[in-house]
Design a binder for this molecule. Structure first.
Ligand code: SAM
Length: 234
């Protein structure tokens, strides 16, 4: 569980809102029960001291520094929501620090129109996936935006565009050539791929095209494979 509030010496923490009501009403938490709670980026064994539907308070015991996120921002084109949401969940489990949904040229119109209303659901998915995978943090999910709106604001020094390309530049080789501690942006296209205009826009903004090999992967598979490779190399 990820605490919403904690005191300065991290001896006490609370969950509020939906998390508190879930613990109180569904899980029927009782004083004395032990849970794992992340407070201020640290994972603790935590004992419930009081339970109310709007706030569950814990006394924090031993702490372990929880795993930090991968320094990766995933630009994920919006595609069929059920597949996209599965990809968002898995990207969270694999450690992505930030997920930026992109309204690509080949994002289907009705999905592009519905995306803004779906963001709250995506934020819930990453929160739950963070808890399930025992992350100490919850990735940021940005509001969906077009590439034009986005590209100038990407400040990760390593920018890698995943695309089926004739070139031999693999993601692995690009990561090995990049400075070890730099943060990375990875861009995955929609089901129909990036358009030639979009690819040009990426290149004009300093992105490097990289491949995951000769097979064409579904977008969500490409996201998972790219994160797994990045995680192995970092
Ligand atoms: N029909 C599309 C095409 O041929 O352009 C395929 C798009 S693929 C289903 C969706 C996205 O996954 C791509 O835009 C790319 O970002 C990523 N992807 C899939 N296979 C890949 C590969 N072998 N190497 C790099 N990226 C890949």
């Amino acid at each position: 569980w990820i605490a919403d509030k904690w005191n300065s010496n991290r001896t006490q923490a609370s969950l509020t809102g939906d998390q508190a009501s879930h613990l109180a009403r569904v899980l029927r938490a009782q004083p004395g029960q032990i849970f794992d709670v992340v407070a201020d980026g640290f994972l603790h064994r935590a004992e419930v001291t009081s339970v109310h539907e709007d706030e569950v308070v814990f006394t924090l015991h031993e702490e372990h520094e929880a795993d930090s996120a991968l320094p990766v921002r995933l630009l994920l084109a919006v595609f069929k929501f059920d597949h996209l949401e599965w990809g968002i969940e898995k990207a969270t489990e694999l450690g992505a620090a930030r997920i930026t949904p992109v309204l690509a040229r080949r994002t289907e119109k009705h999905l592009a129109l519905a995306a803004a209303k779906r963001v709250e659901r995506w934020r819930r998915i990453v929160r739950e996936a963070s808890q399930q995978s025992r992350r100490s943090d919850v990735p940021t999910v940005d509001d969906p935006a077009t590439l034009k709106q986005l590209l100038q604001t990407i400040d990760e020094p390593v920018k890698l565009l995943l695309a089926e390309t004739e070139e031999e530049n693999t993601l692995r080789a690009a990561l090995e050539a990049a400075p070890q501690n730099s943060s990375i942006a990875l861009a995955i296209g929609p089901e129909g791929g990036w358009t030639p205009d979009e690819m040009q826009l990426f290149v004009d903004n300093g992105w490097q095209q990289v491949t995951l090999g000769p097979r064409i992967l579904r977008a969500e598979t490409a996201a998972i494979a790219a994160l797994a490779i990045t995680s192995a190399l970092r």
